[in-house]
Design a protein around this ligand. Structure first.
Ligand code: COA
Ligand code: MG
Length: 291
């Protein structure tokens, strides 16, 4: 998933727009963009939207995720109850504290699938693993925590509030040291868990140049996608995470060169030595190439 567009779950208008945005996924948000007093109403609006959107969903449309409230609140169980009958493709778990939270959500989803008559294990989990400090100290616990895990993502806003940092970006727009650390730790955890890493939101949503730069740096570093908060961000993100035709061509040629070498571990390619890591990278590029 290259682009995942957040949309407050209390807005019919935005949810319809999000489905037409070209995003690879939309995330209906019941958490931070919905006030405590607005949660019940948002659940009702989201339920109506989801029931019909999932019943008529086709693979040409964005996948549908729901961000429920975190497991330390009294809200998340009501959020899940709202989903019965129209389970989305996946759940975004915010403020996750450890792999135990992912496991607990996984068990609850199993019950929801049973009640909804859905196939067991089909509802995926994307975990936001950097929003509370304790999670960062327990990152290894996420590895193998659930077969539903479809990836990890990170966020700087909640962690800044918890730490008491007055800013999380330098004047030039780059993240300050603590947030560069957690971004990188999350990327390594995703790698060790063999699931994709999705980059965080870029909240300065009118700044297209800044977004394009941040997205291209994330793609370079090995993230497969980035979350969005505004439809205008979607095409910029999709472009950054789609390998350009020349790169795809080169990857095809590298794979072909290894095939032609009949199992050799090393080949000469355009005057350079290539061995196993180059082949692995080429295959990853082909996996991300447009069909
Ligand atoms: N999804 C779908 N549609 C969106 C959207 C989103 N995330 N953000 C904006 N739009 C729509 C607006 O409704 C508007 O449509 P309209 O003209 O038909 O009413 C159009 O896109 C242009 O919006 P714009 O005026 O540029 O922005 P705004 O001031 O209305 O909204 C935000 C700004 C930040 C409030 C809005 O982008 C938003 O709600 N983002 C998501 C926030 C969120 O979910 N946060 C939680 C995760 S961090
Ligand atoms: Mg938050």
């Amino acid at each position: 998933m290259r682009s995942m567009l957040f949309v407050p779950a209390d807005s019919d208008r935005k949810m319809a727009k999000a489905m037409a945005s070209g995003a690879d996924a939309v995330i209906l948000d019941l958490e931070d963009s919905i006030s405590v007093d607005g949660k019940a109403r948002a659940r009702g609006v989201a339920r109506e939207f989801l029931t019909s959107a999932m019943a008529t969903w086709t693979p040409a449309q964005p996948r549908i995720y729901v961000r429920i409230n975190d497991l330390a609140t009294p809200f998340w169980q009501d959020d899940l109850a709202m989903l019965e009958g129209g389970l989305p493709h996946g759940i975004l778990l915010p403020k996750s504290r450890s792999g135990e939270d992912v496991h607990q959500l996984s068990v609850a989803l199993g019950h929801a699938e049973e009640k909804s008559g859905a196939k067991q294990g089909t509802t995926r989990i994307l975990a936001l693993v950097t929003e509370v400090a304790i999670s960062l100290l327990q990152l290894p616990s996420y590895i193998g925590s659930s077969s539903r895990l479809v990836g990890f993502t990170w966020g700087a806003e909640d962690l800044s509030a918890e730490i008491g940092a007055s800013a999380n970006r330098e004047p030039d727009g780059s993240f300050t040291s603590p947030y560069r650390l957690v971004r990188d730790m999350m990327l390594l955890t995703a790698t060790a868990a063999e699931v994709p890493a999705i980059d965080t939101v870029y909240i300065d949503f009118r700044n297209k140049t800044g977004l394009a730069l941040e997205a291209s740096m994330a793609a370079r570093d090995g993230f497969v996608g980035k979350m969005a908060i505004h439809p205008d961000q979607v095409p910029i993100i999709n472009e950054a995470f789609t390998p350009p035709p020349a790169e795809v061509e080169r990857a095809r040629a590298i794979v072909a060169a290894f095939e032609a070498a009949n199992g050799a571990g090393v080949v000469g390619f355009q005057g350079q030595m290539l061995d196993r890591p180059h082949l692995v990278l080429a295959k990853r590029t082909l996996a991300r190439a447009p069909a």
